[in-house]
Design a protein around this ligand. Sequence first.
Ligand SMILES: *Cc1c(COP(=O)(O)O)cnc(C)c1O
Length: 402
Amino acid sequence: MQRASAQDVLAIRGGRPIRPTFLPFHRPSIDESDERGLTETLRSGWLTTGAKTKAFEKTLAAYVGAAHCIGLNSCTAALHLALDAVGVSAGDEVITTPMTFAATANVICHRGARPVFVDVEADTQNIDATLIEAAITPRTRAILPVDFAGQPADMDAVNAIAAKHGLPVIEDAAHSIGAEYKGVRVGSIADLTAFSFYATKNITSGEGGALTTNNDDWAERIQMMSLHGISRDAWKRYTDAGYRHWDIIYPGYKYNMFDLQASLLLTQFKRIEMFWARRRSITARLSAGLAEVPEIATLAERPFVTHAYHLFPIVIETEQLRADRDTIMSALQAENIGIGVHYRAVHLHPYYRSLGFERGMFPRAEHYSDRTLSLPFFPGMSDADVDDVVAGVKKVIAYYRR
Ligand SMILES: *Cc1c(COP(=O)(O)O)cnc(C)c1O
C-alpha cells in the first residue's frame, strides 16, 4: 500500500494513480454454480416463467417469512404493481422519501398519483417518520419508505402512523434483502415489500424483482397484473396439463420473472449469507480506514437493525475542502477508484421540479445529495482493494484540504 500524503501528485494532475488498474464501483459475484444452473435451465427446454420461478418465489417467501412472493422482472415493476394492488390511482398522493432512486417516485407518477416527499433523518438518510403525519391529507393512499443503503427505515414508527390513518405501507427493499428490523426480516414487516435483483444489488439476475405480502387478495391481483391481467396460472398454458383457454380480466402488464432469471437467483441465494458476511467485513475495514479523515462522515447504523450493507456511501464535508463533490469524484476516478452517487435527491430533478418541488424543501436530503458519493463495495473485493480505496480517498482529501 502506498502512503498517501499531501505531497503526492493527484493522478488527475498527472501523478501516478493509487493503483495501476481500475477498481470498478461494483462487480457482480458470478461463480460456476451460477453457470451450471443457467446451463441446466437453458437445456431444460423451458425458458420463460415456470418451475424455477416458482421455486425461487417459494424460497424467498420462506426466507422473509411472508405468505406470498411474486417473481417479477424488476423492482420498478414490483413497486408499480404494489401501488396498483392497494388502489392508488389518479389524483391520489403517496408519501415517500426524496433520497431514493428514480423508480420509487416515478411509479407513483405512473399511477397518475402525486409523490409527497418527506425529509430524511440526517444520520441514516431514511425517511424521518416524525414528519410523516403532517404530510398526510385526505388524498393520501399509501406510504412508501425506502431502506436506504441496506438499513431498514424506522418501520415501527411508519407502521404505527399508517395503522392510525388506515394506510398501507409499501417498503422499497431494493437495498435491503436479508436485513432485519427488531428481529423481523425485511419482507414481512410492511404490507407489501419490493425487492430488486438488478446487476448491482446484493443478489442479482442482471434484472429482476419480487414482491412479498401476507395479503391473499393483493397477491392474486399482483400475480394476474404481472402477466397481461389474464386468468391465474396462465404461465401453465403450454404444459402437459393440457391446453387451457385464458381470459383477460384487466389490461395488465408484462412484468413476469422468467426461469433464466430465477435460475441465477436460486444459485445466488445459496451464497446470500456469505455475501453478507463479506459485505460486513468490508464495511468494517472501510470504516476503520476512513475514521481518521475528519472531512468524511459515514451513515449511522441503528442498534436494533441487522443491516444488509448494500452500499458504502460517504458524506464529504466540502466546506472544509477546496473542492466540491464532483471534483473529488473525478479525482478518485483518475486514481483508478470507481465511484457511484446514491443519490442526487429526486425532488431536484427537472421533472419533479416541474411538479413544483424546489431546493430548500428537504434540507437534510439536499445536504446529503450535494456531498455524497459511494465507494467501491462488493463481496469480490480483496482486502488490498479496500486498502487502495482508503488510500485513494486519503490522498485526494489531503490534496484538497484547506
Ligand atoms: C435499484 C432500485 C430500484 C429499482 O430496481 P430495478 O430492479 O432496477 O427496477 C428501486 N428503488 C431503489 C431504492 C433502488 O436502489
